[in-house]
Design a protein around this ligand. Sequence first.
Ligand SMILES: Nc1ncnc2c1ncn2[C@@H]1O[C@H](COP(=O)(O)OP(=O)(O)OP(=O)(O)O)[C@@H](O)[C@H]1O
Ligand SMILES: [Mg+2]
Length: 583
Amino acid sequence: MQAYLEEKIGNPDLFTGRKRELQKYLRWIESIADRNSRSMAILSRRKTGKTALMQRMYNILFHENGDVIPFYYEIREEKRWAIHFCKDFFLQFIFQYIAFKSRKAEYLRQPPPKDLSAVIDIVQKEGLDYLKDFIDQAAYLAKEENTSEMWDYVRDLPRGLASLRNEFFVQMIDEFQFLNSKIYRDEAMQNHIDDFAAGYFHTAEYKNAPLLVSGSWVGWLMDDLIMMLPARFTLTELESIPEEEAVEMAFKYAQVRGVPITEETAYMIADIGEGNPFYISAFFDSQSPDKDLTTKEGLIRVLEFETLNEGGIIKSGWMEYVKTAWTKINGRDARRIVLYLCHHRDRQVTRKELRKTLALDMDDQELETKLDSLVKSDIIEQGASNFRYQGVQDNIFDKVFRGVYAEEIETFDTGDISEDYRRMFEASEKKYRKLLGQTNQMKGAFAEYLIIRQLRFHAHRDNPRFLGMTENPPPDFRFVEYQSVWTYRYSPIEKRDFEIDVFARAPKGEYSIIGEVKNRSNRKFNKTEAAAFLEKTAALVDREEIEKSVGFIFSVKGFTKDAMAFMKAHGVAWSSDGRWLDA
Ligand SMILES: Nc1ncnc2c1ncn2[C@@H]1O[C@H](COP(=O)(O)OP(=O)(O)OP(=O)(O)O)[C@@H](O)[C@H]1O
Ligand SMILES: [Mg+2]
């Protein structure tokens, strides 16, 4: 995957899964060209991967070079004078547009010039002279220092340009809630503007440049959308990633970061991480001393470090957030409330119970306001009615919170948390064993990752052995050290289902491997499947410009006679030798 816009995720190979969401949002984006898509908001808990998804979609759309032009803008968490903000918004938009039109990604990476006349030179150089008037206009408004006119102008520009040129945009605006909290009317930043987002009341309705907004302060974001922009946005949620994607994510981080894991610990990381990409990645990025992700005990130690130690990524991530929330909410009572709800996480608690049990010295109105703020900050959840509340259903947040505040509030024993973790991992271990029993084939569930690992680390070191486990390779074939070995999935170019289980890219002159892995225990691989596979390999060869390759099918249960004849005739290699799955 080529990243045109730099992604926060870092190495683009790390991006895993989100298959369902990519399909859903890309289909929505495709419909913009038919004027069928209304603005959307992605609202979901913190660190579920909203930014990663939006940035990946940007790069997919840029790569596809289709009818809908992407615009991604992150509103920064810092105070800004409206004129500076608008100018930045304008320049980001113009430069992303120039990059898209000229197909030059360097425009996405270089900081735009501060001087707008320099921008005019650039648009002329790229043959986009029609942008000149817009730049002149923005320069004029910036000079006038009229904040509301300037905002009207730049905010409406994507839509206006779309109408004028008969083009389409998707405007992905991240950290949307900061529009109402970080922008100031005056350069000295004394007069805060609390309704900047309201400008979208009309802008967000146009179908030729709809918005896709998100942000990390979900509660506040939702408030802005409901109060200022009612019925303008379809609200959607980003769910946890499904188990199979979470396992894949663990294997990916393990390989990219060079941290060893086993099939069992990959499963446990995915399971304990509750499908949350932030938690899963934290295991691999953890600075925990003597980190060992190959045993259950090692995982427990890493998670304890991550949640209880100052140096933990998870702990510091959550605390930064919680502390900001305290400045909005204030008070020891709030902490006691959260702690109480954490302790009773399995049920909803009424305001009455909170007031009584915690002997809170405040009236119901005040308590409601406080609880409401906690809900907005994503630190507790609203229950089934306005009167009921619940701790967040997140096993890990709960421990971070208890670790920090239980001591302040009540006698505290960290041993409890360790015990909790032990129980969680033991339950996870049991689930894993059961899963293995069901697949009826030790390691079957993870076959493709095991084969990837073999190709990456072992096959090229022991050609005779691996060739001995492989039928029908080309006569001059050998395993080599591959440039990359990974699953090829939901690629930038293809939003429809296109999956290649294993793709090992070889250096020049050598055979790349395009592999399919079937781990089902009840049926042999048949000829129809082999033919479908062959078609897919041709598509991949074309798409990835692979000069020399061989198809390879691994099937736990073996192959039908027809399939073998077909593979023989078409030069496809195969195997059902269990040694391919040896760790
Ligand atoms: N699909 C993915 N594949 C691999 N890693 C991911 C994926 N999605 C998210 N991550 C990782 O999880 C972490 C959180 O992701 P991200 O910052 O995108 O979440 P977010 O929902 O935007 O968070 P916030 O609520 O803070 O805005 C990051 O470290 C990111 O690299
Ligand atoms: Mg984000």
